[in-house]
Design a protein around this ligand. Structure first.
Ligand SMILES: Nc1ncnc2c1ncn2[C@@H]1O[C@H](COP(=O)(O)OP(=O)(O)O)[C@@H](O)[C@H]1O
Ligand SMILES: [Mg+2]
Length: 367
């Protein structure tokens, strides 16, 4: 019988570290001062020492600077400390939203949340705005168009493969009302779940008649006898047929833009696609909201990106920016939005403010 493979611990000592870093050969890490007083003596207990002289050497006394130890540890290990939850005051308007009672728009507002870049905050923005508006007393429907089903998860809805949802509506012509489920996150918040089955729809739709109108028809039929003030269509990170269905079904576009390098890369292409869709398939469509996400107040770059985006989209860009926040990224793993997971966090407050501004514009500018 073959012996099981032995895991080799092959550490390339300098891999990934600056060339001049001195690397401790026992662990493959640079010999930077650690905060643990008894290191390396204690940690060498389970490690074969590199040379006998190492064991003989007494552990150096390391001064522990005062301050939050965990934060320093994160900084040392990963080069990127967690962002503190309190952004500078000028980022958030002084008046904080607590119990919001938002006004309903005259007609349902259907937002396609689009940006073909992945990881810019489409899903996070969809679920948190949907929850914020629903918690503010409005009826909200979220249609999950991403086969990953992250929005479905974040709204606390289980979606094992085979769960009926967006796939059935698009491919089998099922009624939305048959598969829409209540989210436990807020009263009047409903979600049309997505499962991995939806991955096939992108290809299967190609051969279907009126393939780009499937969602529009289903949604219009649903809205005829079900009330919704806001509908969010959370798109996958591509400009394929799923996103096209959403662009045709929607009347407004919300583009989340991450405050990072290349933020505007791809936005030009998105604008071209929007123009095409407007011209050919949906003349109602308008880019109405740009939301800056993952804003890191400590970097100059984030502020520069924010300025540039505001120059490009002066009217559409919301004054509220969404800070990079650990709470926002943790919430989905509990099947929650940040609004219920950590309602007092800066992330929750910023999404509440963004929702409040969107609702205000929906009443004042559209009415
Ligand atoms: N404001 C934020 N602060 C910290 N992490 C965030 C923030 N917004 C999104 N994220 C995280 O970034 C990742 C990508 O976000 P997501 O909303 O899934 O992007 P997309 O839907 O555009 O692919 C997720 O892990 C999410 O938790
Ligand atoms: Mg997503």
């Amino acid at each position: 019988m073959l012996a099981p493979p032995v895991a080799e611990n092959r550490v390339t000592p300098t891999l990934g570290w600056p060339r001049n870093a001195e690397v401790d050969p026992r662990i493959g890490w640079p010999t930077v001062p650690r905060e643990t007083l008894d290191w390396p003596k204690a940690s060498s207990a389970g490690v074969v020492p590199a040379s006998p002289s190492d064991t003989a050497a007494t552990a150096p006394t390391i001064e522990i600077p005062p301050g939050p130890r965990r934060a320093r540890f994160d900084e040392d290990e990963f080069g990127s400390p967690p962002v503190e939850e309190d952004p500078p005051a000028d980022l958030l308007t002084a008046e904080r939203v607590t119990t919001a009672s938002l006004l309903a728009p005259p007609l349902p507002r259907i937002f396609v949340v689009a940006n073909q870049k992945g990881g810019v905050g489409k899903t996070t923005t969809s679920v948190n705005l949907a929850a914020a508006l629903a918690l503010g007393g409005l009826s909200v429907l979220l249609v999950d168009l991403d086969p990953q089903g992250n929005a479905t998860t974040a709204l606390g809805v289980d979606h094992p493969p085979g769960t009926p949802g967006t796939y059935e509506v698009l491919m089998a012509g099922a009624a939305l009302s048959d598969h829409v489920v209540d989210s436990p996150e807020a009263p009047n918040l409903k979600v049309l779940p997505a499962t991995i089955d939806l991955a096939g729809a992108e290809i299967e739709l190609v051969s279907i008649v009126a393939r780009e109108n499937r969602l529009k028809r289903a949604l219009r039929a649903y809205l005829q006898d079900h009330h919704a003030d806001y509908v969010f269509l959370d798109c996958p990170p591509s400009l394929g047929l799923l996103t096209l269905n959403a662009l045709v079904a929607a009347n407004e576009i919300l583009v989340p833009i991450q405050c990072e390098y290349y933020a505007l890369e791809g936005v030009t292409q998105l604008m071209r696609t929007i123009d095409l869709v407007k011209g050919e398939l949906n003349d109602e469509l308008q880019l109405s909201i740009v939301l800056l996400t993952m804003f890191d107040a400590r970097t100059k770059l984030a502020a520069q990106v924010a300025d540039e985006v505001r120059r490009h989209f002066p009217a559409a860009t919301l004054p509220t920016v969404i800070p990079r926040s650990v709470r926002i990224s943790e919430a989905p793993s509990y099947g929650q939005t940040v609004l219920t997971y950590q309602p007092s966090s800066a992330g929750a407050i910023s999404y509440l403010e963004a929702a409040q501004e969107i609702a205000r514009r929906g009443v004042e500018e559209i009415a």
